[in-house]
Design a protein around this ligand. Structure first.
Ligand code: GDP
Length: 377
């Protein structure tokens, strides 16, 4: 590897690159350096994937999880489980091959049973917090919805603490979606200020409304904004009819700096909601409280637990779940079926888990994993 330091500026850099390539060099493939480290055995596959996750991290928490994986935490835990699997299976296989040398006490179903319970618990522990870790890695989408002029864009601005959304006094100004990214309680949040989700005849507004509805449907958490200085309008009620009950919901009563006409009790009763925050997007009052409430609600939705998360990627989650299904099937069958079946399921689980560290993985999957990397990494 040669490192070339040169003058900055894209034209100079391109010219130098052209010369180097002409002289026989080639551009690195996506993730090639990490792949080489993997192929040369310096790191295993889960560590290589951790490099990608470090690059993709959008919050400090996500970075910590990826950092632990890079140091080999996931590989160590998987290795531990696979070792127990081998230790459990070895005497079984030996007894199939040399039945005369094993007494029935040596191959006790009860002790295999115990081992299986232990491995299943260890595997399940790896999946604790997986959804929350992924949310920390990839971000959570939150939609701000409400009828026109209640202060959605102003709230987005207040949360962003910078003027990225257009704020306007005319109802229906926010015709398209406005997005902003912030970090709250370790979660990278994608905030979408919607154009309103009620019907309109105007074709431009119609398009905005359809996009808003889609954004609201996709969001994990909805911030439904009401104008505290006005009484509940039919349009507000309409919004509550449209939104899904499965999503997290926070009601924001905005414009607390004006004379108030909405009461919290009335809202609780009308909308059957228990999380209500009062804000003024203009004075900033209640914005900190809103931030805390959003973080708490996300912990609630995604399941908070003190255990440090280990697994983030869908690939790892799927592998562990498949291994678990082999182990559970082994446990179910142990009392009634021949031990050959148990042994086979143990082997399947061992093989499956090896896909995480790359020990039992096919080349095509390997290529797919590294193709997600960017050039030069
Ligand atoms: P949206 O249509 O829901 O996005 O509402 P906007 O954010 O565009 O705000 C509509 C109007 O209400 C603007 O004139 C804002 O300045 C005003 N507004 C927004 N939030 C507050 C608030 O907390 N207090 C007061 N007094 N006015 C607000």
């Amino acid at each position: 590897i040669a490192e070339i330091n040169c003058h900055s500026g894209i034209i100079t850099l391109r010219a130098i690159l052209r010369l180097i390539i002409k002289a026989g060099a080639r551009l690195a493939e996506p993730g090639e350096f990490t792949k080489r480290a993997y192929l040369h055995g310096r790191i295993d596959l889960s560590q290589a994937e951790a490099v990608l996750n470090i690059i993709k991290s959008r919050s400090e928490e996500a970075l910590k999880i990826a950092g632990r994986a890079l140091q080999g935490e996931l590989s160590r835990r998987i290795g531990e489980i696979r070792d127990i699997l081998i230790a459990t299976r070895a005497p079984l296989e030996a007894s199939f091959d040399y039945p005369e040398e094993f007494t029935s006490e040596e191959i006790e179903r009860e002790s295999i049973n115990k081992k299986l319970v232990e491995i299943i618990a260890k595997s399940k522990e790896l999946l604790i917090n997986v959804e929350r870790s992924r949310a920390m890695q990839e971000g959570v989408s939150i939609a701000i919805i409400g009828r026109p002029n209640v202060g959605k864009s102003s709230l987005l601005n207040a949360l962003m603490r910078q003027q990225r959304a257009i704020v306007h006094e005319m109802p229906g100004t926010t015709r398209d979606l406005l997005e902003g990214q912030i970090n709250l309680g370790g979660y990278p949040l994608l905030l979408v200020d919607t154009a309103g989700i009620q019907g309109s005849e105007d074709p431009v507004e119609k398009e905005g409304i359809s996009r808003s509805r889609k954004a609201a449907e996709k969001a994990r958490l909805l911030l439904v904004v009401l104008d505290g200085s006005k009484e509940i309008a039919n349009e507000d009620r309409e919004i509550f009819r449209i939104i899904s009950q499965d999503q997290g919901l926070i009601i924001v009563i905005n414009k607390t700096d004006l004379e108030q006409r909405l009461s919290v009790c009335e809202i609780k009763e009308t909308f059957k909601a228990d999380t209500i925050v009062k804000t003024s997007a203009i004075t900033g009052e209640g914005i900190d409280e809103l931030e805390k409430t959003v973080a708490n609600k996300l912990d609630q939705i995604l399941g908070y637990s003190d255990i440090s998360p280990i697994v983030v990627s869908i690939r790892h989650e799927e592998i562990i779940k498949q291994a678990l299904s082999h182990l559970e099937s082994a446990l179910e069958q142990i009392d009634e079926n021949p031990l050959e079946i148990t042994s086979l399921e143990l082997k399947n689980a061992w093989h499956k888990l090896g896909e995480i560290t790359g020990e039992t993985l096919e080349d095509q999957i390997l290529d797919k994993i590294f193709s997600e990397f960017c050039l030069g990494k």
